[in-house]
Design a protein around this ligand. Structure first.
Ligand code: SF4
Ligand code: SF4
Length: 391
């Protein structure tokens, strides 16, 4: 029997599929804009969802290096897909944003800062790896001396409904990085969708006071032990079926030792410097600023725009680009993700979502590139040891 009523942080309850709309309605009644997965132009994107009918019921996707295809599922799961090219980062930090305007005055000019009233977003269906990516961006944008005010204001107000993965994609490797497939912290509600034997419901963990408040007005009932066990079993199945692994053991030192490895030339021969990998990556954060003036010279504006370390202009310092070759740009990207990011922010810059593999038009695969460099180094070491023994 479903009831509304008080729930406490740490409780686990059951939300029926037919009551999911009530959750969306409750969030919207509390002033949130509900953002979640929806079908668009042959893919699943994140956009405003006001109704369960907006969710990609019965759809999943097949992903591989340079490959993405939607396909029908054999059931009616609402969240039975692997995330597509979109992540939550544009909702927390717009890819194009006016920072301020300047207007000419009689004795100079005045600056008019652009202040936004931060939207209150409820993100529906945040995967564990995506939650880790948000936490990494928290460190980047709010963890230092200079806080990104736009990000901070949006982030502080965000309500997060995490969705544990019960299936894994061919390009996923979060399990090997410890960033999934189960959301472990930082959510208001964390759900596991169960679609078996005629049952269709969500096992919901209450993660915060805000989550408890919302669930208290949504029909639910306490979860039984076997329902919680089944959810754990489904998540474990996803962890066991990841298409890839990244051995992160000593990866920072491995890359620092191999900055001149011949394999960077091999990657460069394939890389198009298209920047797709950085644009889809949920942790990449590079931006540039551009100033524009009107034709009369009375007003000027400063805009911030998403950029990429793969663009030639990004490392332009007077006289030329510091990283003029694809080799230099790919090496910069990968060593930032897995080495210098650790020195900067105390964590890897990768959460194992696999987007950069799926959306790379030539299927460059960072797990494979790291494995190749590691194997070459091990082979060289083994050869050196044999040589010493032979001597
Ligand atoms: S580097 Fe690739 S796998 Fe890692 S978080 Fe970014 S897009 Fe995902
Ligand atoms: S690695 Fe792939 S996605 Fe990234 S810039 Fe090169 S070709 Fe484009």
């Amino acid at each position: 029997m479903q009831t509304s009523g008080q729930v406490s942080i740490g409780a686990t309850v059951i939300l029926r599929r037919e009551d999911f709309q009530e959750l969306l309605d409750a969030l919207r009644a509390q002033g949130y804009r509900t953002i979640g997965p929806t079908l668009s132009e042959g893919t699943i994107i994140y956009d405003e969802v006001t109704s369960v009918a907006d969710l990609p019921a019965g759809w999943t996707d097949e992903q591989g290096p340079g490959t993405y295809r939607l396909r029908r599922r054999g059931d009616d799961a609402l969240f039975g897909y692997i995330p597509g090219a979109h992540s939550w980062k544009p909702w927390l930090r717009p890819p194009l944003q006016r920072l301020w305007r300047a207007r000419r005055t009689d004795d100079g000019f005045e600056i008019i800062p652009d202040k936004e009233e931060a939207p209150r977003y409820a993100f529906i269906g945040v995967r564990a790896c995506e939650l880790h990516a948000i936490q990494i961006q928290d460190r980047v944008f709010t963890g230092g001396a200079y806080v990104d005010q736009t990000y901070n204001a949006r982030r502080e107000q965000a309500f997060i409904v995490a969705m544990n993965c019960t299936e894994a994609g061919e390009t996923c490797f979060c399990a090997s990085l410890g960033t999934g497939p189960q959301a472990d912290a930082g959510y208001d509600l964390a759900m596991t969708e169960i679609v078996t034997g005629g049952a269709h419901h969500f096992v919901v963990d209450i993660g915060s006071k805000a989550g408890a408040q919302v669930m208290s007005v949504v029909p639910h009932r306490p979860a039984m032990g076997r329902e919680i066990e089944m959810a754990q079993c489904e998540i474990a199945g996803a962890a066991d079926h990841m298409g890839r692994k990244l051995n992160a053991n000593g990866v920072k030192e491995l890359l620092y030792r191999n900055l001149e490895h011949a394999h960077w030339d091999d990657v460069a021969a394939r890389c198009l410097s298209c920047a797709n990998c950085t644009l889809v990556c949920p942790t990449c954060f590079c931006s540039t600023v551009e100033d524009v003036t009107d034709l009369t010279g009375q007003e000027a504006e400063r805009w911030r725009r998403t950029d990429s370390c793969f663009s030639l202009d990004f490392s332009y310092i007077h006289g030329g680009s510091v990283r003029s070759s694809s080799k230099a740009r790919y090496r910069q990207w990968l060593t930032h993700k897995l080495a210098t990011w650790v020195d900067q922010f105390g964590t890897l810059g990768c959460v194992g979502c696999g987007r950069c593999i799926t959306w790379c038009p030539v299927g460059i695969d960072l797990t494979q590139e790291v494995a190749t460099i590691r194997a070459a180094e091990q082979k060289a070491e083994a050869g050196g040891a044999r040589q010493v023994m032979g001597d």
